[in-house]
Design a protein around this ligand. Structure first.
Ligand code: ASP
Ligand code: MG
Length: 417
């Protein structure tokens, strides 16, 4: 017997028929003798519509009321799933964030979970064999008692937090893909599903554009050592043997991964823009003069490359920002022109960031050098490079994204046979 969290996303609960399908997945695990807490998202499209209604009501609105509106989507699915489970003869009760409670910070619309009380759930597992159906995405602020939400995609984070609170063996994320792939299978047909990924690698993959999980859920899983299993919700519930390992990807501690590859996956993102500040004064305080105002404008700077000046007086400084912030970033730098002191501002929006990720890089030298050679052979120019312990990222022309990803995927032996 195990204790499990089963999380179902919006497409898996899109209508009553699919909710019935979800209920059959739950039934399977209950009948296998497991204690189950289910975390659900709103029906697909619902949250978007709720967000839109808020905007329509008033372009500028109070985030507390936004939360009051958008938290409702999950309330509906939790109730519906509990109804369906009961109708199938399974003891079930729905739980809103405030009922457990799931305490959060007061950063409305992007609140952080602070504490979950799982004791009542544990008691009910034991005494009544009752399935808990919990609304994802929402919580309650500790002091004000107001409803909060965790940011878009937040029900993944709810699920992992609940798993930590009830000390679950595993947090199963049922979704519309059957796992985490070495890269986007729509771009590389030979992408492989990974059996296991380490938390750290998944953090990089998730934040670099593999949109399987909310990044925060992976952070939380890493902190509390909650094993997260990404699997398909479209497999027929009856075809799955609950006592055997189903297809999917386990996100876990690196110690659990026996056969560690040097490179685990390739992520990429085209939502990048490059800004180069030409001939800035090469003196203390210049980087602060550039990046201070950007930080104040809440613009996330990613790659930063500064040349060593050849004349000792001026140098070039290049960095990337999200494409959506490109104009704002340029404006911000131009406004600080006097203070920074530079000759010219260049920019490019048709750029892409390709990242190679793998824990094995910690103990292998020359991994990046292989990439430079392979890309050069294909005539792909590298505009900027950044590295960390377990990944390196390359900025290239967006037109070469697919070619670069495919080249690197083969280079590091990730292609499926
Ligand atoms: N329903 C919320 C959203 O669409 C939360 C989630 O699905 O994870 O963002
Ligand atoms: Mg999601």
């Amino acid at each position: 017997m195990a204790r499990l969290v089963m999380k179902f996303g919006g497409t898996s609960v899109a209508d009553i028929e699919r909710i019935r399908n979800v209920a059959r997945h739950v039934k399977r695990e209950v009948e296998a003798g497991h204690e189950v807490a289910v975390v659900v998202s709103a029906m697909s499209g619902t949250t978007n519509k709720l967000v839109e209604w808020c905007r329509e009501a008033a372009a500028l609105h109070d985030a507390r009321e936004y939360d009051a509106v958008v938290a409702t989507g999950e309330q509906v699915t939790a109730g519906l799933l509990a109804i369906v489970l009961e109708s199938m003869g399974i003891n079930a009760r729905s739980w809103q964030g405030w009922q457990l409670p799931i305490f959060t910070s007061n950063a409305h619309a992007s609140a952080r979970i602070l504490d979950i009380n799982g004791e009542e759930l544990l008691k009910r597992f034991k005494e009544r064999g009752e399935v808990a159906v919990i609304s994802g995405f929402q919580g309650i602020h500790k002091d004000t008692g107001r409803v909060t939400t965790l940011g878009r995609g937040g029900s993944d984070t709810s699920a992992v937090a609940v798993a930590a609170a009830i000390r679950a063996e595993r947090c199963d994320i049922y979704t519309d893909v059957d796992g985490v792939y070495t890269t986007d299978p729509r771009v590389v047909a030979r992408a492989r599903r990974l059996d296991k990924v380490a938390f750290e690698e998944m953090l990089e993959l998730a934040s670099l554009g593999a949109k399987v999980l909310q990044v925060r859920s992976v952070e939380l899983g890493m902190v509390h050592n909650v094993r997260i299993f990404v699997r398909s919700s479209f497999d027929k519930p009856e075809d799955i043997d609950p006592h055997r390992n189903p297809p999917g990807t386990l996100i876990c501690n690196e110690e659990e991964i026996v056969e560690q590859q040097v490179v685990t996956g390739i992520a990429f993102s085209k939502d990048e823009a490059q800004i180069s500040v030409r001939r800035v004064q090469d003196k203390p305080g210049v980087a602060a003069a550039i990046f201070g105002p950007l930080a104040e404008a809440s613009i996330n700077v990613d790659m930063i490359v500064q040349n060593v000046s050849s004349d000792g007086k001026t140098t070039d400084l290049t960095f990337t920002v999200p494409a959506a912030d490109y104009d704002r970033a340029k404006d911000t730098i131009e406004k600080a022109h006097k203070k920074i002191g530079y000759e010219r501002l260049d920019g490019a929006t048709e750029v892409a960031k390709v990242s190679v990720i793998g824990i094995g890089m910690r103990s292998h030298a020359g991994v990046a050098a292989e990439a430079f050679r392979a890309l050069a052979e294909r005539g792909i120019n590298i505009r900027a490079i950044t590295t960390s312990e377990i990944k390196f990222s390359l900025l290239i022309d967006a037109a070469f994204t697919e070619l670069a990803v495919r080249t690197l995927h083969s280079l590091y032996g990730l292609d499926k046979a």
